[in-house]
Design a protein around this ligand. Sequence first.
Ligand SMILES: C=CC1=C(C)c2cc3[nH]c(cc4nc(cc5[nH]c(cc1n2)c(C)c5CCC(=O)O)C(CCC(=O)O)=C4C)c(C)c3C=C
Ligand code: FE2
Length: 484
Amino acid sequence: MEAISSSKLVPAHITKLSTPKQILSFNPNNRLISVKCSSSQGSKRESLSISSCDLTDTRHVPVGGQLISGSARSRNPVGKTFSSSGVWTLDQHVSESSSQVTEDKVGVLLLNLGGPETLNDVQPFLFNLFADPDIIRLPRLFRFLQKPLAQLISVLRAPKSKEGYASIGGGSPLRKITDEQAQTLKMALEAKKLHANVYVAMRYWYPFTEEAVHQIKNDGITRLVVLPLYPQYSISTSGSSIRLLQSIFQEDSCLSSLPVSIIQSWYQREGYIKSMANLIEKELKSFSKPEEVMIFFSAHGVPVTYVEDAGDPYRDQMEDCISLIMKELKSRGTDNDHTLAYQSRVGPVQWLKPYTDEVLVELGQKGVKSLLAVPVSFVSEHIETLEEIDMEYRELALESGIENWGRVPALGCTSSFISDLADAVIEALPLATAISQENPTKKSTSAESDTNLVRYVLTLFFGSAVAFVLLFFPKLASTFKNYI
Ligand SMILES: C=CC1=C(C)c2cc3[nH]c(cc4nc(cc5[nH]c(cc1n2)c(C)c5CCC(=O)O)C(CCC(=O)O)=C4C)c(C)c3C=C
Ligand SMILES: [Fe+2]
């Protein structure tokens, strides 16, 4: 698991206290007021700010133990809980540590993409998606075009997207499935003796992130674990949601001191890998000659520039993830051929290769007869599994000479998987630190507000003008044709 303190939002490192002894203290109302830690190694001392929203002051207390960087490949690096009274004891990595927590009100925030619930929601949903600077990454100079472009592209793409959503029942199943995952995770945590409220925050549709955060505040949550429902980290998915969350928290003096632990990615967790291997093994058995089936991992793509220019770890994590799943399968005696390709590209730029549609055709031409598609970047059924893989790619594969087609279902509420997510939450809990820690909220001055207002008016004016031009000059608009 890659868990980092909330103030460090870079994707590629794990930051954790290596061998701390933590003693959490409480005020007479049983609210957490301080954390004392000492290291058995007696090494470097750090200062950690922990406070509760119920308290008026924020205390800085010494924290023992080294801050270390872990490898993204290390599996289950932190600890486990096993006591009903909320006493955590960490595993062999931190075997000398113990922490006591009483009456801490724990929240778990699940981050997800969100999807239109009806066909009327499709265009505004697409607007929200394309208005995200982590989805359409414009150079800083052209940022003022973000919203007009989002308006244009969403209007142009909506008819095609609507067709897709209509073919899977008229809307996205994402909200329903994510709510079920939240409920199942809550029960799994209860079973492991951790009482927690579980919230859902969608990035582009209801329930929006702002709503979930509002609820967290109303409920008086005093310790929060943030868990994106994407196994691998990408700037465009977990990154975007985490950045939004960070900006909401920094704007709010109470939230900015709430101890938060963010699990950035978790594709390498043993529970997830084993759950994926179970699903693949089960589905292979439905073929008449399982050993001849090509295991075809199809991951959601991202533009190449994300990886090559912006440092998105997504491709590396995806490749690592596939090799861990294949290693697990091999250890069980399943040694099929496998391949990885990227699906769902949108827009005129180059995306990660190879492309799923092209590879399917090539495999058919090479004489592959049996293929098992494995969606691997997302843990619920959604439009890209139900429509793109089950309909479009299946048809393409059969046309290309593949005779036997199968598809592994998304993990959904599979119990071994949800149980592993619960372990991830429990392990991340002691790492919670305030979001404000290294990044205090910057209040804008009135001069800045004036500048912002001028910038806003200019943006609105030029943005609308550009959108108008693009809308009424179809040749120019054809630059954006590939978004349709
Ligand atoms: C245009 C850029 C996009 C990037 C980059 C991108 C990355 C990305 N997305 C997912 C997961 C999902 N995306 C979904 C829908 C969706 N995504 C884009 C665009 C980008 N995604 C669009 C335009 C849409 C809308 C559907 C369509 O018109 O094609 C969904 C589906 C939600 C649902 O309603 O079922 C998911 C899930 C990942 C994992 C990812 C990068 C790793
Ligand atoms: Fe997407």
